[in-house]
Design a binder for this molecule. Structure first.
Ligand code: BGC
Length: 438
């Protein structure tokens, strides 16, 4: 419970109470069903997720087909909005209306928040029978088992610190993929001199903050990134590295098309694919999208790490949880949970989605160069892994949202200084810390 109210706002408290009431209603409903009639199993599952781009839909269709092979129908509830901005809100209102989906994409710290409220189906049996603990990377295991029980099934690991570059443009200008900030600055200057927009980017708040968290990692490494976004430490917010990252964000703005339009991420990928910008910094779902558009990896484009982050993995792990509100669905829910984590589905799904397998026994030699770099880096363990703020791996939704608003404002309004933004961030952390220790 504490994690859910750690921003201390009364809004969160009210929400918490409403969720608890809804949870009680859902559970009592399920119990009534259980006692009043012999259990009829229902073999369809409604799945709420935020995969609405072409490649995301293709990946979801693969899952739906494999589920169909087991005699279970996938009822799709895809909610538009990159990074789950829309889906998170729809899920909350549906739960309050007593209309929770049987399966939902909830990721990172959100799993713990929903688990604390008692909504999620316990998947311990599936986990034990399929030896999940020994099969998954420890970071993945910790995410799906935030407290005592396993309450989610993992789909794939995305690398957020991915730099995509256009091979033809780079070859024509004799450019190498930049490996650090100075090289990135020099590359951008040469591209600009050649009349090419260096970087494709949207001003959508979460996309701006994703670029910012890449800069934080490049500046400082995973330890500082955790101090800042997981611990929300005031001294970390007041550190000069924060100012440096903010200033670099402003520099990068001059490499983007002017004005920087607020566009959904698939449009930014399209801009990059049409040679309208030479580089793109985005999670590797962009690779899935590019592949789906017919651009093979290492042909038209290649991946590198965001300059300065080659050793690190800024991750977002996709997961599904099951709502424990209808006992007739449990068998189908458990089947889906098991299916998703099997080696075959992991390989096929992740190849379309752009992410990599959550399994330690995956074979990197069968992956393309982007996926291989991502998987082998992630496999090195917690010291090189950085949990993405934007994708809910680092902190709860309210804290994340407050930081996104702050960074977006700094990015869009050039009169806001880095020092002011730093002060505001420290003030936010200060308030959160007080509430956490109450
Ligand atoms: C999810 C990805 C998704 C991306 C863009 C991330 O939060 O982990 O699966 O493709 O958002 O919406």
């Amino acid at each position: 419970m504490t994690s859910f109210i750690n921003n201390g706002t009364s809004v969160s408290l009210i929400r918490l109470c409403l969720y608890a009431v809804a949870a009680a209603l859902l559970l009592s409903d399920a119990r009534l069903n259980a006692y009043s009639a012999p259990l009829q199993t229902d073999s369809s599952l409604q799945v709420l997720h935020w995969w609405t781009s072409d490649s995301e839909r293709k990946a979801a269709t693969l899952l739906a087909n494999r589920l169909g092979d087991e005699g279970i129908a996938w009822r799709d509830a895809g909610i538009p909005g990159g990074a789950g901005i829309g889906a998170g809100k729809v899920l909350k209102s549906r739960v309050l209306a007593g209309n929770a989906p049987e399966v939902t994409q909830i990721i990172g710290i959100s799993i713990r928040e929903w688990d604390d409220l008692g909504f999620l189906l316990d998947l311990d049996k599936v986990s034990l029978a399929n030896k999940w603990n020994a099969s998954f990377f420890p970071t993945v295991q910790n995410l799906i088992q935030p407290r005592k029980h396993v309450v989610a099934t993992p789909l794939g690991i995305h690398r957020i610190n991915t730099l995509f570059y256009n091979r033809k443009i780079f070859a024509a200008l004799k450019l190498n993929p930049p490996e650090n900030w100075d090289e990135l600055v020099a590359t951008a200057a040469k591209l600009k001199a050649a009349g090419i927009t260096p970087l494709a980017q949207s001003s959508e708040p979460w996309q701006v903050t994703a670029l910012f968290e890449n800069l934080i990692l490049a500046e400082s490494g995973p330890e500082y990134q955790r101090e800042l976004f997981v611990k929300q430490s005031v001294p970390a917010a007041l550190d000069h590295r924060l100012i440096d990252a903010l200033e670099r964000l402003r520099v990068m703005k001059t490499w983007m098309s002017n004005p920087v339009e607020e566009r959904p991420w698939p449009e930014v990928v399209r801009q990059f694919s049409k040679h309208e910008a030479a580089m793109l910094i985005m999670g590797d779902w962009a690779k899935g999208e590019l592949n789906g558009m017919g651009f093979a990896t290492d042909d038209e484009f290649s991946c590198a790490a965001m300059p300065g982050t080659g050793k690190y993995h800024l991750y977002s792990v996709d997961t599904f949880s099951m709502f424990a509100n209808d006992l007739t669905r449990v068998s189908a829910q458990e089947k889906l949970a098991r299916l998703i984590a099997t080696p075959a589905v992991q390989t096929d799904y992740n190849a379309i989605k752009g992410s990599v397998s959550v399994r330690r026994d995956a074979d990197p030699s069968k992956m393309d160069s982007c996926a291989r770099a991502s998987w082998t880096t992630f496999a090195q363990g917690a010291t090189v892994q950085a949990p993405s703020l934007v994708h809910r791996m680092a902190t709860d939704e309210s804290t994340r949202d407050a930081i996104i608003v702050l960074i977006h404002r700094y990015f869009t309004d050039d009169t806001v200084t880095a020092a002011q933004t730093q002060k505001r961030l420290a003030a936010i952390f200060h308030t959160f810390n007080i509430n956490n220790h109450r």
